[in-house]
Design a protein around this ligand. Structure first.
Ligand SMILES: Nc1ncnc2c1ncn2[C@@H]1O[C@H](COP(=O)(O)OP(=O)(O)O)[C@@H](O)[C@H]1O
Ligand SMILES: [Mg+2]
Length: 231
């Protein structure tokens, strides 16, 4: 394992990840051709070393590094479930995870890859598994769920040690049940998806009723515009 760990460590040390305010994705400074950036989040950027593609290196912004041991500990508790990524190593600036070859549900919606109902059932099973281990699954949204060979895989588990329900998964599931048929197999423009995301974040729903009301309004508003290319 990690045949190239010294090389990768060196390459990662030349990259700086900087967090941004208002839930905006991190900024990356530096890089190298051998380290491919495979994703960015609000805490970290994730890289793949081209000569050892089975691993994903999650490199945290300086002010988010305190989350590294928490996330590693949660992955340790979740070990053995096929619904979660694997964490092999935690250093003080990054995690070494299993590389997930699928695509996030966010990307599926962008490029029109159909998301099967099995994925929803898998996430429910993953949530039950985590709860049985006294964890509190949270922050489950389109960019933290992968579609991999028709099944779901969850990443980004650091918030599972927090208390309370952010209802993100409940909202997503409701939106899938009520809305997904309308867009299944269609490419949803990124601008539209990002607009929905920012409206959602702004509203900070604390009830299901309010969310369902807005979901219905959104359906009416977007129906005429969703006549986009079928795949
Ligand atoms: N193990 C992985 N394999 C492949 N891609 C990944 C992996 N982990 C993260 N990514 C990609 O990087 C993005 C950011 O990772 P994430 O762990 O969600 O960071 P953050 O905690 O900052 O939200 C994800 O949305 C995904 O696109
Ligand atoms: Mg994330």
């Amino acid at each position: 394992m990690f045949k190239h760990s010294v090389i990768v460590e060196k390459l990662l040390s030349n990259i700086k990840v900087i967090s941004n305010p208002n839930n905006k994705p991190v900024t990356i400074l530096g890089g190298s051709e051998e380290l491919r950036c495979i994703g960015v989040g609000t805490d970290a950027a994730v890289f793949q070393y081209v000569n050892e593609p089975e691993y994903a290196y999650k490199l945290f912004a300086e002010d988010k590094k305190w989350k590294i041991p928490l996330e590693a500990k949660v992955y340790e508790e979740l070990k053995g479930s096929p619904f979660f990524s694997i964490c092999y190593l935690a250093t003080d600036s990054y995690l070494v995870l299993s590389y997930e070859s699928g695509k996030t549900l966010y990307d599926c919606i962008l490029d029109g890859t159909p998301i099967p109902a099995q994925v929803i059932d898998d996430v429910e099973a993953a949530i039950s598994y985590a709860r049985e281990r006294n964890l509190n699954p949270r922050d489950i949204h389109l960019k933290n769920i992968f579609l991999e060979n028709g099944r779901a895989k969850l990443i980004d588990v650091s918030e599972y040690v927090n208390e309370g329900n952010d209802y993100r998964w409940e909202h997503l599931k409701k939106a899938y049940d009520e809305f997904y048929e309308l867009i299944k197999g269609k490419q949803v423009p990124q601008m539209m998806l990002d607009w929905i995301q920012s409206e959602y974040n702004e509203r900070q729903y604390d009830s299901m009723d309010q969310f369902i009301g807005d979901l219905h309004s959104l359906k009416v508003l977007l129906k005429p515009q969703l006549n986009v290319q079928s795949t």
